[in-house]
Design a protein. Structure first.
Length: 135
């Protein structure tokens, strides 16, 4: 339990920094996608903006639990184990959620693609950190 909490806290901090950096870099790297965020399909309620950051913490602890439970199945060096965790998360959670989002909300395929990439990179970061902390 201590490993789950410790690694969850470390990954939470890193994913929070990644989330913040993503907010700063997105308009510069993908201005067209950033414009889509002004679409009325998105909630424009400042009182719920904190949930963007809460997501990183929830994901960190969920992946920490998953890692602790299934780390023996993931093989290779830290990068390969991180990629494997990211692929599992991508196939089980990210892709199905984005498919549902794309089919029900007026969001472009480009925006969905950036969400897919973001989710994969989050899990990759987490997997690499978990792997390195688990040595």
């Amino acid at each position: 339990m201590k490993k789950i909490l410790t690694s969850g806290l470390v990954v939470s901090a890193v994913l929070l920094a990644f989330a913040y950096a993503s907010l700063l870099l997105l308009p510069k790297l993908f201005p067209r996608v950033a414009e889509e965020y002004y679409n009325p399909a998105f909630v424009n309620d400042a009182s719920r903006n904190f949930l963007y950051y809460v997501h990183a913490v929830v994901l960190a602890f969920a992946l920490s639990w998953f890692w602790n439970r299934f780390k023996t199945v993931l093989t290779g060096n830290s990068l390969m184990r991180g990629i494997e965790l990211a692929l599992i998360y991508f196939v089980i959670a990210t892709f199905p959620a984005m498919l549902m989002l794309y089919s029900t909300i007026d969001v472009s395929l480009l925006a969905i693609s950036t969400y897919l990439l973001y989710g994969f990179v989050q899990a990759l970061i987490a997997g690499i950190i978990f792997s390195k902390m688990d040595k």
